[in-house]
Write a protein that binds this ligand. Structure first.
Ligand code: FAD
Length: 826
């Protein structure tokens, strides 16, 4: 051995074995034993004795105190417990409830830094029952056929009576209500598919059906209702005798819903001719979906018992009640007008409205538990309604925009052939692929019985954000066709309505900055919640022991993630165990890298910032983006596997995957560059990006392939449109345009031949039909080709034409009959 090697060998042995042990997460005792053996081997092979001895002492100094509980517990764990208690973020009761409500599924693996992909891949492929499929093919299809979105949004500002009747009669409002109560008893997946299909033709119809099947009276009754309440209300809700709404939001409490000022005082009152104990409610709610037509109001209020009628607690807390809309003192029926998307929505007022305690959801036993009840079931509805609405719109938007970009020609070319348009089309294709995978994955999680708190916020936020981007791109590609409203416009209303999804069910800025990472870091992290629980144990000995166990698990975890992040960064994540085929294996490896990076960043942020982290919304939002994109990419890979690894989908998968990874790196670099403690940010940068930020946005070549898939019929395109209502009916202009694609493409060679002949010939006819006559006469086209060109002309006209109106038709109906001076006087 050379003298340099003799000195370096023991040091190298310690470093390499340490790194390998951390990478593979070996136990401390195993690491110590392997290192000791290696040092003995070094010494026997002639390594420098002093260097070997120093290395051995260092290893012993680390291993002995950590391996001996007699030293570790009093001298290491106890002081760390004191420090931990100081930096521990204080959880409000609301946050505590939210954390306890959620379950952790595959997303927990993403926080582990070493995801076990089998957990994801072993999840059963989501499937519908025959009955659910029959409902989709029957009543749902029929409702789509009956829907005329223009009539709804412009003429009636409401669903027509026959639609309301059809919805109620076919129990669309009772999809989630179990069969024993007269509902359809559908799975969350079926609920998702129904909303998805409806939203592809009208978001007014889909939200009208979606809301009663989301957070509201039915869901709350199923979980908490007394038997009497369930037997009375659930059958009535299922068949539409009762139309529900749920009122939480008011002028003084929007995002901060726990601060509602609405109150109910426990008192005696009259109900159905008897004198009973109940609550007198005073409230002001706004933005309440279905309120103007509701017969049954689910109401959130704060309950007080100043006279001690039901106990000794004065402020009982947030409570939920069922309030028949015709109860004396309830003022309901006026409407808001949400961005020309006139689903029923309006305010509700109540002054000293008396209801008996039996109207509290769950009865008196659940008084004061309202917030917990809401949070416990919130994830279920949030996983379905808005992601499914986005998914239906995205499927339809992608297909019709692809068809339009092929059919619409400018400068002698399909507009989709221009690179600028192609870029927007590729984004549409990728966003549609991503949204649909994400929406289905959260619906499937609910269908498996999970309460996916974190995925539901990811899906709600990202599906609505991507849908907004998608519809904006679609509008740009459609030009004036998207702008001129009327029966022929299938985009304008969706574009107008896109901010609604952004705002409801947890406004997006708050969802991103506070909730995704905030909940994820505690709920999904393998150690943090356990440490917090251990630190809160009442018995000091048990507290110390439990905390010790979790703390050292956590420290090992953190070291492992630092090593893994650096290793993956240095090697470009080219190595490591990963599932998938030769096409997707590199994707899984990349996700292994970002999982380790996320875990490292999460731990460092929590350690450095403690309770202050929750006020650092920029950091939390960016780490939330990393978690979200990891989850989104996993959902896409799972879908790719479930669909049998279709080669035709690869451009869509690749575009969406690179987009997600690129967004993750942008978020990571933003988090590191702006890390509140700058030197820590610099240090982390070296571990996370040892060669700098490398991920690129999807390339133009890939974009070209993804965009091309939308512009001609193929199996990948069909799969993307699956579940949207594509039947080309009179009320479905998007379905019609989509149906033209194949025929238009078949006619293209004839059209080219004809246009070429027209250009080169000295032709006199200016009118299209006369030109065709001449074409046949001159022998440029056959009679059959002439027919084909005539049909093409019809299809193009239907595709590009827009509506116009008589001036009177556009005036709001309510003002038409009244002269302006009367209105002013009123
Ligand atoms: C069409 C429609 C239908 C609705 N349906 C119902 C219904 O059926 N029942 C019901 O009870 N409610 C309903 N809502 C209410 C909806 O849930 C609220 O609008 C939503 O909670 C936001 O409240 P806000 O509009 O008062 O906005 P605000 O709370 O005033 O928020 C304004 C902005 O500030 C941001 N923000 C607030 N706090 C934070 C924070 N801590 N960090 C970062 N950003 C923050 C928000 O993200 C948002 O961007 C509906 C709303 C609409 C518009």
């Amino acid at each position: 051995m050379s003298s340099l090697l003799a000195i370096a060998a023991p040091i190298l042995a310690v470093v390499v074995i340490g790194a390998a042990a951390a990478y593979h997460r070996l136990r401390l005792a195993v690491w110590a034993a392997v290192t000791a053996t290696a040092l003995v081997a070094c010494w026997l092979l002639g390594a420098n004795a002093v260097a070997t001895a120093i290395a051995a002492v260092v290893v012993a100094l680390i291993a002995v105190p950590l391996l001996l509980p007699q030293i570790r517990l009093p001298f290491i764990t106890r002081p760390l417990l004191g420090f931990y208690t100081k930096i521990l973020p204080t959880l409000s009761e609301t946050e505590q409830v939210a954390l306890e409500a959620g379950t952790v599924g595959f997303e927990g693996e993403l926080f582990s830094g070493k995801p076990d992909w089998q957990v994801l891949l072993d999840q059963p492929k989501p499937t519908l029952t025959a009955e659910e499929q029959a409902f989709l093919d029957g009543p749902v299809d029929e409702l789509c056929r009956m829907t005329n979105d223009w009539e709804i949004t412009h003429v009636h500002a409401d669903l027509q009576p026959e639609l309301w009747e059809y919805i109620k009669k076919n129990r669309f409002f009772g999809m989630i209500v179990p069969k024993e109560y007269g509902g359809l008893g559908f799975s969350a997946l079926a609920n998702h598919k129904v909303i998805q299909k409806l939203s592809s033709i009208s978001t007014v119809v889909s939200s009208t059906v979606g809301v009663p099947n989301s957070l509201g009276p039915a869901e709350l009754l199923m979980h908490y209702g007394t038997d009497e309440q369930k037997h009375h209300y659930l059958p009535r809700l299922a068949d539409g005798r009762e139309v529900p709404c749920f009122g939480l939001t008011g002028p003084w409490a929007g995002s901060d819903a726990t601060s509602i000022p609405d109150f109910g005082i426990v008192t005696m009152g009259d109900w159905n001719g008897a004198r009973v104990v109940g609550v007198k409610l005073t409230f002001e709610k706004r933005y309440i979906t279905l309120a103007p037509v509701a017969t049954l109001i689910g109401l959130a209020f704060r309950m007080y018992d100043p006279d001690g009628l039901i106990g000794d607690k004065r402020d009982i807390g947030i409570t939920l009640a069922l309030l028949p809309a015709d109860t004396a003192g309830v003022d309901i029926g006026r409407r808001h007008f949400p961005l020309n998307s006139p689903f029923q929505n309006g305010p509700i007022f109540g002054r000293e409205v008396f209801i008996p305690l039996s109207q509290l959801i769950g009865g008196e036993a659940y008084a004061g538990k309202g917030w917990q009840m809401l949070v416990e079931v919130l994830s279920i509805g949030r996983s379905i309604t808005l992601p499914s609405t986005s998914s239906g719109g995205a499927r339809m938007g992608a297909l019709v925009t692809g068809a339009y970009a092929r059919i619409r020609k400018q400068f002698g070319l399909s507009i989709g052939r221009f690179e600028g348009v192609e870029e927007a089309l590729a984004r549409i294709a990728g966003n549609a692929y991503t949204i649909t995978a994400l929406a289905e994955s959260t619906a499937a999680a609910v269908a498996r019985g999970e309460n996916p708190a974190v995925p539901s916020t990811i899906a709600k936020y990202h599906c609505t954000e991507m849908a907004r981007e998608l519809v904006q791109d679609a509008m740009d590609i459609h030009g004036g066709k998207g702008i001129i409203l009327g029966p022929k416009n299938y985009l304008g209303r969706a574009w107008q309505a896109s901010p609604i999804g952004i705002t409801v069910e947890g406004a997006n800025i708050m969802t991103r900055s506070l909730m995704i990472f905030g909940q994820g870091a505690i709920l999904c992290h393998p150690w943090v919640l356990k440490e917090m629980k251990a630190a809160a144990l009442p018995d000091p000995d048990e507290r110390l022991r439990e905390f010790d166990r979790n703390l050292f698990g956590h420290i090992g975890f953190a070291i492992s993630n630092a090593v893994r992040a650096l290793w993956f960064g240095l090697t470009g994540a080219r190595f490591g165990k990963a599932p998938g085929d030769s096409y997707t294996r590199r994707y899984y490896r990349k996700l292994n890298r970002y999982s380790a990076t996320l875990a490292l960043m999460a731990d460092t942020s929590m350690l450095m910032l403690g309770g202050k982290l929750k006020f650092k919304e920029s950091l939390s939002g960016r780490l939330g983006d990393v978690l979200s994109n990891l989850y989104i990419a996993s959902a896409m890979l799972k879908r790719y596997e479930d669909q049998g690894r279709p080669v035709a989908d690869q451009p869509l998968l690749a575009w969406s995957f690179h987009n997600a990874v690129h967004k993750s790196e942008i978020a990571l670099s933003g988090a590191l560059r702006n890390f509140p403690i700058r030197p820590v940010g610099w240090l982390l940068w070296v571990l996370v990006f040892p060669w700098g930020r490398r991920a690129q946005a999807p390339s133009d070549r890939l974009g070209h392939r993804a965009a091309a898939l939308l512009m001609s019929p193929n199996e990948a395109r069909d799969r993307l449109g699956e579940g949207a209502f594509l039947t080309p009916t009179a009320n479905n202009p998007a379905g019609r345009i989509n149906s033209y694609l194949q025929k238009v493409i078949l006619a293209e060679p004839v059209e080219r031949k004809f246009l070429k002949a027209l250009k080169s010939a000295d032709i006199e006819a200016l009118d299209f039909r006369a030109q065709l006559d001449e074409g046949v006469r001159e022998g440029w086209i056959t009679a059959a080709e002439r027919k084909q060109l005539e049909e093409l002309r019809e299809m193009v006209i239907d595709t590009i034409s827009v509506d116009d109106f008589d001036a009177e038709e556009l005036r709001a109906a309510g003002y038409r009959s009244e002269p302006a001076e009367n209105r002013a006087a009123a």
